[in-house]
Design a protein around this ligand. Sequence first.
Ligand code: C2O
Ligand code: CU
Length: 460
Amino acid sequence: MNLNRRRFLALAGAAALAPRLVVAQQHTDLGVRKIRLIAREENRSMLDENTSTRLWGYSENELRLVQGQPVEIEFINELSEPSSVHWHGLRINNAMDGVTGLTQDPVQPGETFVYKFTPQDAGTFWAHTHHRTYEQLARGLYLPLIIEEPTTPDYDRELVMMFDDWRVKQDGQIDLDSFEDMHDWSHSGRLGNVLTVNKQLEPQLAALAGERVRLRLINAANARVMTIRAPLPGWIVAKDGQPLTDVAPLRGSLRIAPAERYDLLVDIPNEAGAILPFGFDYQGQFYEIAQIQVNASASESTARGEPKPLPANPIYMPSKEPEVQLKLEMQGGAMRWLSEATYKGERLSGRELMQRQQAWALNGIANMAEKPMFDVASGTLVEIEMINSTAWEHAMHFHGHHFQSDSANYPPSTWHDTLLMAPQERVMILMPADNLGKWLIHCHMIEHQMAGMKTWFTVS
Ligand code: C2O
Ligand code: CU
């Protein structure tokens, strides 16, 4: 086949040969961890300290679980509408995936659902609503989900930076009237006018001079791809929770699509009192969105050089030829409007689709197909040629699985649960399908998902 394909297989082979640390599936000796997580209203300041913005959120600021330790999370819905929780990127039991309409019924106001699973991968993940996501996510129903390694890798501190982009009105409240704006849905998705880090305006984080810090970066925006400019050089050590087998130097800025995560290791300079500004690059301008304040440390540290990779997770690319080869074509949207597509089993014209708020399609089908896009036996290696035939970027997300790609925009050993595709780009992906159940594939620009960019597959 083509060059891409050859480079790709070489890459898959190399990954298969890399040494792996095998992690026991279940550390029952740690016991079952029990956590209560309440979805409820909360207030934050999205304009200035004097305004209180009504948001939705969870009763915890973040969830920290331990790799291999079983957990039971009692989710209580104290909101006025049904909801659910999706554990984005975790390769867990299908019934716990939190997708209403596919893996569970919505959790009604006042009701409870107990999510039980054992995280098998350590890394940076996130949890978010998966019910009326376009609205509930934009109102703040998300939190960082950190799965710790059983023993901490070599660094001194970690900082989580979860980015979001809010559409806030003059009075400081979330713009609720534009959730179903068809212009947003058929163009770039809902973009906001206020950027936050950890739901705060320009927070100041702190570290000690000379420390090596693990930064966990998460993009929780509905649709905005963020270009983050870190004030100090470092290394990318993981993407979407999965460690890179070779750490990749980070210079300058990093583009992070909605739902993507990057773990960086950075060395804080020996300059007590310094303020390190984190920026957001936008149309050639630098906007400061957070700072790290450098505090004095008791001991001077010396340069440590390139870090070792994080301990590997139990994920493997089999060294065999793919058994199933498929195409997934992204279609439609502004400037490449659909002339027709199938929606709920009916062939409709572009105009009829727009009347049903559908502007995008995957392989000629807008929104959930009646049959899965593919149905494979567990253990099948699936190769998919991803073709973006639209004029827009898309952050393509697969549930319950990770995959590798030949995209030139990521370091070579990257595993993805989300992949950013440029307009007109073609990328080959290889996915070991090994998690039983029904899994979604969708664009994580949530308005694109709502307006058609969504399908599913099954592993049996
Ligand atoms: Cu992060 Cu289907 O979701
Ligand atoms: Cu999209």
